[in-house]
Design a protein. Structure first.
Length: 174
């Protein structure tokens, strides 16, 4: 086992047992590691917290943090503001606060019912859809966003590239 694989990248808390059906810990670890590798970040230097919850819990979080008290599929809270001020610009490269020690990239929450419903509606395997959303959430932690058009184009292209490396088709062509 390599040094980058010695400790889990994703520190996970599962509040909804249905996440066990798709092995959220393994799936999220694979997606997060692929995302960091794509961005040329050393996984051993970072950690990500992930909450596997239900729609009720994510609705509360969405209300508290975004003033939208309704369920959503995934939420992210970056530890650092890495976003570019330029539309379509690359985010700043994260640097650990203490070199040689693991540092947090931030937190992600993902809701089972919304993800499961979206997978059925899109005729997508649940594991593939959740993998996409974990990649999406990790990219948010790294400063990517999709509010502005050029930012969305950049973020989606990176998602498609990472998902292809994981053997998952383009979610934007369905």
């Amino acid at each position: 086992m390599t040094a980058t694989m010695s400790e889990p990248l994703v520190d996970i808390l599962i509040e909804d047992g249905r996440w066990e059906e798709i092995d959220l810990p393994a799936l999220s670890e694979r997606a997060a590691r692929a995302t960091l590798a794509d961005q040329e970040l050393v996984a051993a230097e970072w950690e990500i917290s992930l909450l596997g919850c239900d729609d009720a819990r994510i609705a509360v979080l969405n209300g508290e943090h975004r003033a939208k008290p309704k369920p959503t599929n995934v939420l992210s809270w970056p530890a650092q503001d890495l976003a570019s001020e330029e539309d379509g610009g690359e985010p700043y490269f994260p640097e650990p606060f203490v070199p040689g020690e693991r540092d947090s990239l931030g937190d992600i929450a993902i809701a089972f019912e919304t993800c499961a419903r979206e997978a059925v509606e899109g005729n997508i395997p649940l594991a593939d859809h959740v993998t996409h959303l974990i990649v999406h959430g990790v990219l948010h932690l790294l400063g990517y966003d999709h509010v502005r058009d050029a930012d969305a184009t950049l973020m989606e292209a990176i998602e498609v590239r990472i998902l292809a490396q994981l053997g998952i088709g383009n979610p934007y062509e369905r």
